[in-house]
Design a binder for this molecule. Structure first.
Ligand SMILES: Cc1cc2nc3c(=O)[nH]c(=O)nc-3n(C[C@H](O)[C@H](O)[C@H](O)COP(=O)(O)OP(=O)(O)OC[C@H]3O[C@@H](n4cnc5c(N)ncnc54)[C@H](O)[C@@H]3O)c2cc1C
Ligand code: SF4
Length: 435
């Protein structure tokens, strides 16, 4: 009698535990299957490599991952921790800290796909004297690290000889993400002669986070303005804060200008930095260009028209418009269905392949449903030939159709910065799952 009094609650608790464990394993397995189906199996940056012989299945890593609330990153499969959503891992590294048995190592790349990491000295200078690298490009992701490195790299640059000449800049800062932004404020504080060049807008990768994304960071010190106190905020609030700082400090950034080359100056130490709009003579270059690369262009006539953009900022701005979205990944599919949700839109999604194999099932299903309901048109095996003010020419199966059009969004991925670094003479090491 007494035994069953204790045994029943224990058995009930055990049954509850086993049920919730099975449910968690099912959802982890599903996340892993989805990642495999969408070929999203490669982590973009630093990520955990889990030694399954050491893992005791305590789930501390799963619970510690700050991204876990919005996507499956880590999950338990057969009682062991696995990286079930590799492409969702952004390298917080909280899992490694949480693991009680040291089963996690943080590594770059995988056996199948290497990641190119430029070699950078502790003062952030590369093997090319005068070219410095800070932020995620150097391998260390996260906003706070980027801010810290941007400041430290500028401190190293301000110790160089040959600064302060009136015929050239002291430093050209390339990129205005967290690293480039902090570096620019640092350069302003150190009274360096500098210019910051950004191909897009302020904020770098942060400006591309999904709307309302919860940003987990750690407080960091920005030059001139002092402490950036955020630990948990939203993308919008963080960008608003940075924009406010840029306004108050009168920081000038050359937006919508892309650096295309860096060559040694004809005489003495220094460089000529070439961009899509101009060229700049400088003593040093600080590359804070992250790892997202430059958006891939279509290379067709009319692409320079202002109606062509490379990312969706706000679907509402396309109300009542005829929009062409080009691409087959998640960002293209998300752009297409979110614009189709706006009243009065006519959306065409053009993709060069026969199926959307590189997108998550959730997005594929939504696009298929919208296409069935006539809310958007999918044109597979197609390519855009020309873009005009009021139309686009799309080729499919050898036939070219002229379609009325008000706006084009190209989501065709990015060109990684490795080639650009190598051309500048910077040594790059390819890591295959090593620290
Ligand atoms: C989905 C996602 C979620 C994340 N969430 C978090 C989070 O919650 N907390 C956190 O701390 N970190 C997070 N991160 C990581 C964080 O965003 C990055 O580590 C950080 O933005 C890196 O800063 P950066 O300045 O080095 O590079 P970036 O932010 O990538 O900025 C680089 C800038 O350089 C510009 N650029 C590139 N090439 C050129 C060129 N040739 N000419 C001119 N400009 C150029 C780019 O346009 C870009 O603006 C997340 C990342 C992703 C992808
Ligand atoms: S924290 Fe370590 S031991 Fe616990 S599940 Fe994760 S990898 Fe395994």
């Amino acid at each position: 009698m007494l035994l069953s009094l204790y045994a029943i609650p224990v058995i009930a608790l055990l049954a509850l535990y086993l049920r919730s464990r099975a449910a968690r394993e099912r959802s982890a397995f599903q996340a892993m299957e989805e990642a495999l189906a969408a070929s999203m199996t490669e982590p973009p940056t630093l990520h955990p490599s889990i030694d399954l012989t050491k893992c005791i299945g305590c789930r501390s890593c799963v619970q510690a991952c700050p991204e876990q609330h919005s996507h499956a990153v880590l999950g338990m499969i057969r009682g062991k921790a696995r990286l079930v959503g590799p492409s969702n891992c952004i390298g917080h590294g909280a899992c490694k800290v949480a693991c009680p048995v040291d089963a996690i190592e943080l590594v770059f790349g995988t056996e199948k796909r290497g990641i190119d990491i430029p070699l950078v000295k502790p003062d952030f200078e590369t093997n090319v004297p005068g070219i410095f690298i800070a932020g995620e490009l150097g391998g260390m992701g996260l906003i706070r690290n980027a801010v810290e490195q941007g400041k430290q790299a500028v401190a190293s640059i301000s110790r160089l000889d040959g600064l302060g000449r009136s015929d050239r800049h002291d430093v050209v800062i390339v990129g205005a993400g967290p690293a480039g932004f902090a570096a620019s404020l640092g350069a302003m504080q150190a009274k360096l002669r500098f210019v910051t060049i950004e191909q897009d807008t302020l904020g770098g990768t942060v400006a591309h986070f999904p709307r309302g994304k919860l940003v987990m960071t750690q407080p960091a010190e920005l030059p001139i303005v002092g402490k950036m106190k955020f630990t948990e905020t939203t993308k919008e609030k963080l960008l608003e804060f940075w924009q406010g700082v840029a306004g108050k400090t009168r920081l000038k950034v050359n937006y919508e200008e892309r650096v295309t080359g860096i060559t040694p100056a004809s005489t003495g130490a220094g460089f000529t930095v070439t961009t899509t709009k101009s060229s700049y003579e400088t003593r040093a270059v600080l590359l804070t260009i992250g790892r997202r690369g430059t958006p891939r262009q279509l290379g067709v006539p009319g692409e320079a028209l202002s109606k062509v953009v490379y990312r969706l900022i706000d679907a509402e701005q396309y109300r009542g418009m005829k929009v062409l979205v080009v691409g087959g990944g998640d960002s293209a599919l998300e752009a297409a269905h979110s614009i189709a949700d706006q009243p009065g839109t006519e959306v065409i999604l053009s993709y060069r392949s026969a199926a959307f194999t590189r997108a998550k099932p959730k997005n594929r299903d939504k696009v298929e449903a919208y296409a069935r309901e006539g809310r958007l048109r999918v044109v597979l095996n197609s390519s855009v030939k020309e873009i005009h003010e009021d139309a686009v020419l799309i080729e499919q199966n050898g036939k070219v159709a002229r379609v009325a059009n008000d706006a084009v969004i190209v989501s065709a991925g990015g060109i990684l910065p490795t080639g650009f670094l190598k051309e500048a003479g910077i040594t790059v090491e390819t890591k295959y799952g090593t620290a």
